[in-house]
Write a protein that binds this ligand. Structure first.
Ligand SMILES: [Zn+2]
Length: 309
């Protein structure tokens, strides 16, 4: 019997259902192996049976495994109840949750909360691969807040589009629809245009500012409308980029307001998290929790599970 995730519309209902780690394990087993058809995570065989110690034995490759192998919960020392409650909290906080807050909420150390947040953040990989209709494209520069630095540590010319201390992120948003955003090495035309062509369907209307990185869109398979920011012409008819700019505001607020600092190395994960929140903004709490739960079980593919002797 599969769990009905629509019941998890509040923290209370999550805590009321998942009262023991055993129930959490049952939920994982039911969700990853429907109808009790246990699949070996090492060889993919269906010939597995449940042992007395609660683990499974594969009759094909002889591996013994527990229900969490290949999920983000593998080898965890943290109670599964705390993981589940954390996933609910993380997915329901619209602006994200800081590690010290999560630590207090689920009674773990800040280090453990940081670890959980980091693991969960790996689940946000973007799944949208096509945008169409009216699509706004824009870039943002994230990182090194120069105004908070000591005068002697400031880098010359780091405002706006400078990449000396900032990392560029490129975003595309379908008006009234989904968003795709990724860290890019630079914002030159030959970096941005392949990304646009990979994601945006030919024939779509694309809205950008007058930045040179978009010049290849002039004569292309797209209708290209330009917003002249320099001329303080922010809204001319439907030629605006307000939707994507609204997202940059959210991204920057979560990075600087909640996480305070993000290294360039992990920036994509924070962007993925913000994109997940944006793309599920109209979903109910229970739907976001179900989505995250499903992703938590599919972290490692069979062939990627490390073989243990
Ligand atoms: Zn096997």
């Amino acid at each position: 019997m599969k769990i009905d995730f629509t019941q998890f519309d509040s923290l209370f209902s999550v805590m009321e259902y998942f009262t023991t780690d055993q129930i959490c394990k049952q939920a994982i087993a039911q969700s990853r192996w429907s109808d009790g058809d246990v699949v070996c995570p090492y060889c993919g065989s269906h010939h597995c049976h449940l042992c007395k110690d609660g683990r499974y034995l594969c009759k094909h490759c002889n591996h013994k495994f527990n229900v969490t192998v290949g999920t983000i919960f593998e080898n965890t020392k943290i109670s599964l109840r705390k993981w589940f409650i954390a996933m609910y909290l993380i997915s329901s906080h619209k602006k994200g949750i800081a590690s010290h807050q999560l630590a207090r909420d689920i009674k773990v150390t800040q280090k453990t909360a940081w670890f959980i947040l980091h693991k969960v953040r790996t689940l946000y990989g973007q799944t949208v691969n096509e945008l169409s209709g009216e699509v706004e494209c824009d870039e943002a520069y994230i990182g090194g807040r120069e105004k908070n630095k000591h005068e002697s540590k400031k880098t010359e010319g780091t405002q706006g589009r400078s990449t000396k201390t900032k990392t560029p992120v490129f975003g595309m948003i379908e008006r009234g629809g989904k968003l795709v955003a990724k860290k890019v090495k630079n914002t030159k035309g030959n970096t941005l245009s392949p990304i646009i062509r990979q994601i945006v369907k030919p024939g779509s209307r694309i809205f950008t500012d007058e930045f040179i990185g978009y010049h290849s869109l002039y004569d292309s398979e797209y209708t290209h409308a330009i917003v002249h920011h320099n001329a303080k012409e922010f809204v001319v008819g439907d030629a605006y980029t307000n939707s994507i700019e609204g997202f940059w505001g959210q991204l920057k607020r979560s990075i600087f307001g909640i996480y305070h600092f993000v290294s360039a190395k992990y920036l994509q994960r924070y962007v993925d998290e913000a994109v997940f929140r944006y793309n599920t903004r109209d979903d109910k709490e229970s739907v976001r929790f179900m989505e995250m739960f499903g992703r938590s079980l599919n972290v490692v593919r069979y062939d990627k599970v490390k073989k243990v002797a």
